[in-house]
Write a protein that binds this ligand. Sequence first.
Ligand SMILES: Nc1ncnc2c1ncn2[C@@H]1O[C@H](COP(=O)(O)OP(=O)(O)OP(=O)(O)O)[C@@H](O)[C@H]1O
Ligand SMILES: [Mg+2]
Length: 251
Amino acid sequence: MNPDPIAAPIIEVDALTKSVPVATISGTASLSILHDLGFRIMPGETVAVVGSSGSGKSTLLSLLAGLDTPSTGSVRLAGESLYALDEDGRAALRGRLVGFVFQSFQLMPHLNALENVMLPLELAGRADAESVARATLKRVGLAERERHYPKHLSGGEQQRVAVARAFAPQPKILFADEPTGNLDTVTGATIIELLFELNREFGTTLVLVTHDPEIAARCTRTIRIASGRIESDSGNPASQSSAAKPPAPAA
Ligand SMILES: Nc1ncnc2c1ncn2[C@@H]1O[C@H](COP(=O)(O)OP(=O)(O)OP(=O)(O)O)[C@@H](O)[C@H]1O
Ligand SMILES: [Mg+2]
């Protein structure tokens, strides 16, 4: 789905910085992971976040989803300032708007596949949690695995449960951190199809971290991170941080 040019941004990032204390021989020092990031994402955009290992992609995604706290700056989701809210307020906003597929699947080990997918629906107070979770598991090809616990599912199956869990509540924004990183090509392609179907059917904004140029090429926009800075942004070249180099001209 192409973004609606007159809609308000669904994600607004301003002067976002993340530093962490690290131990040194002489005490502690501050390590800058993200430097002064700023950009806007419109509803319905599909955005690939790319960059080398350690460049700050997962840190950025966690901050966009309200799973971490920035050192400075702000993130607004659908106009609401995530970090002006307390933990509970942030959790509520996340529950209302956001789905997240992690680099590691992060399924609840003591819940079976069906219960894992039901969890966010139940937290949202949905009376139809079980039927929606069943239908979503069927959609990812796991109807026969509903009662399996994560340890009895293959890596690809676990990732499909994680995707089902993220998209069952039909979030407005879906963040995915290398959703196919641990999967074979065919299973990975199925997962990617599911994510793009969600975008087409419901206008879900997709922000996905990937090392795969083919997946990035399917997105309407690519943000490239290098050493915690935006090196290039195909959707909005003007949104680069001041210290970043301009993007290379198109060949
Ligand atoms: N809590 C932390 N304390 C110290 N350093 C951290 C912390 N979190 C992240 N880092 C460092 O910040 C940098 C960025 O990490 P991040 O996980 O965001 O990278 P990434 O771009 O997602 O890499 P990959 O492609 O390997 O997943 C790394 O050098 C990492 O070691
Ligand atoms: Mg990462």
